[in-house]
Design a protein around this ligand. Structure first.
Ligand code: ATP
Ligand code: ATP
Ligand code: MG
Ligand code: MG
Ligand code: MG
Ligand code: MG
Length: 252
């Protein structure tokens, strides 16, 4: 009903367009996934199917939003990096955030059975979402370094903790006491001496998180046919090497 006397209420909606020329990061995180992981019997410390399902949902989001140049996931969270010039939904923050968060969530549910064919989804999961803006390339790199350092710290701790509990026969409380005040080197040493595990040989997806990038790939035997694929990488983003090898991300 155009021009009704009620239409003035539309004027209460505020302009939430994002500043031009800035890195836009959307980060989603599962609500109460500590409980969700328990309810669905996720393997400790890392359930590989749960991570693959997260990656699958993130690929759905990247297929829909072509302006995402890189995505980074770990545990129950994913970060989506939109290129500076992105003009999607006229840069309206609420539109972008709500579409990304709800598409991620619906894809997570839609594809549950692909990764857990024999497990019932017990209840409807939800994800929170936020937008953070980073003015400089260095800010963006520091953001991704921050998330990747977080994976390292958490994964090293959780790997030792769950080995102490599941293989070492400790209670959760005993394992916690054992680890209190330890440094990385101590944790590596416990893993190696008690369980014969060299931390560096653990699945890189667990140690580094998952980076999703777009790459142009040649189709085998068809020299003129190239396709853009979304590929997963499990590399270190903290050092310069990654940014030199994938210079297209920052447009350099
Ligand atoms: P919040 O609602 O505040 O985010 P949360 O319970 O989701 O609370 P997080 O800090 O986000 O807390 O941590 C997510 C938790 O989900 C992890 O600590 C872990 O217990 C569990 N989890 C997530 N992914 C996996 C996985 N792939 N394998 C095993 N456990 C997982
Ligand atoms: P946008 O993405 O901009 O919201 P849209 O296609 O969703 O585009 P809306 O203005 O939100 O457009 O309109 C929703 C449309 O969905 C309706 O015009 C109608 O065609 C369809 N629709 C929604 N609910 C029903 C329903 N219960 N029965 C039949 N059609 C429906
Ligand atoms: Mg949290
Ligand atoms: Mg969470
Ligand atoms: Mg989390
Ligand atoms: Mg609609």
């Amino acid at each position: 009903m155009a021009n009704s006397r009620y239409e003035y209420v539309k004027g209460f909606e505020l302009d939430d367009r994002i500043l031009p020329n800035i890195w836009v990061v959307v980060r989603i995180d599962g609500k109460g996934f500590h409980k969700f992981a328990k309810a669905h019997d996720f393997e400790k410390p890392n359930d590989v199917n749960a991570l693959n399902l997260m990656n699958h949902a993130a690929v759905t989001v990247m297929e829909e939003f072509r302006d995402i140049v890189l995505s980074y996931g770990q545990s129950d969270e994913y970060s989506f990096i939109f290129r500076r010039e992105a003009d999607v939904y006229k840069r309206r923050a609420a539109k972008i955030l709500s579409y990304v968060t709800s598409l991620f969530t619906s894809s997570y549910v839609y594809n549950w059975n692909v990764w857990f064919p024999n497990k019932k989804l017990e209840y409807a999961p939800s994800f929170d979402g936020r937008i953070v803006l980073y003015p400089t390339d260095q800010n963006l790199r520091d953001y991704l370094s921050w998330r990747q350092a977080d994976v390292h710290i958490n994964n090293l701790y959780n790997t030792v903790f769950w080995n102490l509990v599941l293989k070492g026969g400790m209670t959760n409380q005993q394992a916690e006491n054992e680890l209190r005040g330890t440094f990385s080197a101590d944790k590596n040493e416990i893993l190696f001496s008690k369980f014969g595990i060299n931390y560096n040989t653990i699945d890189p997806m667990f140690r580094k998180g998952t980076i999703l990038l777009r790459k142009r790939t040649q189709i085998p035997n068809l020299p003129n046919v190239k396709r853009q694929l979304i590929i997963p990488l499990y590399e270190d983003m903290i050092r310069d090497k990654f940014w030199k090898e994938h210079a297209e991300i920052l447009g350099k």
